[in-house]
Design a protein around this ligand. Structure first.
Ligand code: 13P
Ligand code: SF4
Length: 313
């Protein structure tokens, strides 16, 4: 009889988890993961959260090493906030295409054109863009950040959809940059209508990176962790989720017994899927890929991020 030996994936995963946990203790490391990561990476993390929760954790952790499972701007933010720590990005090529849609030079041109405007940078930007900005925001606090400003005119970059969403809640004049998330901007009003037909009892929760016509048809708009908090607390049992599909793992874990369906099965961020357990282990073994931000950029970017973190919750 011919037999073929195939790797036992469960055993491999268990062994990887064991090695990661052992090395994590040895290295004095904390593993942070965004809500969009693959389930096995979320499950090994010390904290899984949205961009704001990850930034807050990076600012306050006392471990020597931070393994940030996410994309480049999140890891840069952690490195800016904790320059003395070793901050690792296990998938070196995990980037956010939206963050690349605006450059520091473009921000300087906007400042010349609108000298009275304040500049709000979504955290989904490079460190160099943050350094040219007055304050950062995330999807969880964008309205509060804009309302905290003295200026009546606000340049909001790079996400045009989040900018238009914020404009619904403020008297200030919002000048949106024309960037967008390639995952959220693809969701359509037609998908919301179809989801309502397929799940008539479900509440529809969408992310503010979605287009205005999708937001108009939703029941609620939240950051990723905002969706988890809302779904757990709601008396409702069924939810359609208008964000990247990775969030369904946290939703199912934190709200057992409730039913979650993605608004779109195509809502997959390939960059958020680049991190696996083997890369987390390799990063801990080699203390690499390490992300650092030159101090002349970091010092100005830190001011913009800190202003956001210092706002009352
Ligand atoms: P939040 O998790 O902060 O809502 O952000 C979503 C996102 O697209 C991060 O890249
Ligand atoms: Fe960037 Fe969108 Fe992916 Fe978030 S989901 S990392 S905004 S491309």
């Amino acid at each position: 009889m011919i037999t073929i030996s195939t790797p036992d994936t469960h055993q491999d995963t268990a062994e990887l988890r064991r090695q990661i946990n052992a090395l994590k203790a040895e290295r004095d490391a904390t593993i942070l993961a965004h809500n969009y990561l693959v389930p096995e990476v979320q499950d090994i993390a010390d904290l899984v959260g949205d961009s704001l929760e990850l930034a807050r954790a990076a600012a306050t952790l006392d471990s020597e090493v931070i393994v940030l499972c996410g994309v480049d701007f999140m890891v840069e933010t952690a490195a800016i906030l904790s320059p003395a720590k070793t901050v690792l990005l296990p998938a070196a090529d995990a980037c956010c295409p939206m963050a690349e849609m605006v450059t520091p030079g473009e921000v300087r041109v906007l400042r010349e054109r609108f000298p009275d405007a304040a500049v709000v940078a979504y955290v989904n930007t490079s460190a160099a863009v943050k350094a040219e900005s007055d304050i950062c925001c995330t999807s969880a606090n964008a309205v509060a950040v804009v309302e905290s400003l003295a200026a009546e005119q606000v340049i909001f970059l790079p996400d045009r959809n989040l900018a238009r969403y914020v404009a619904r809640f403020t008297e200030k004049e919002i000048l949106p940059w024309d960037g967008y998330c390639i995952v959220h901007d693809r969701m359509t009003a037609g998908e919301v209508t179809a989801a309502r037909r397929a799940h008539p009892d479900a509440e529809v929760l969408v992310h503010p990176e979605c287009r205005p016509e999708v937001i108009d048809l939703a029941d609620h708009v939240f950051s990723t962790s905002g969706m988890v908090r809302y779904a757990c607390a709601s008396p409702g049992r069924e939810f359609v989720i208008g964000t990247e599909v990775g969030l369904l793992h946290q939703l199912e874990k934190k709200c057992p017994g409730k039913i979650f369906s993605p608004l779109s099965n195509k809502a997959v961020c390939v960059n958020m899927k680049k991190t696996d357990l083997a890369k987390v282990l390799a990063a801990l073994e080699r203390l690499n890929p390490r992300v650092t931000v030159p101090e002349e950029t970091a010092v100005r970017a830190r001011t913009a991020i800190r202003r956001m973190l210092d706002l009352p919750r």
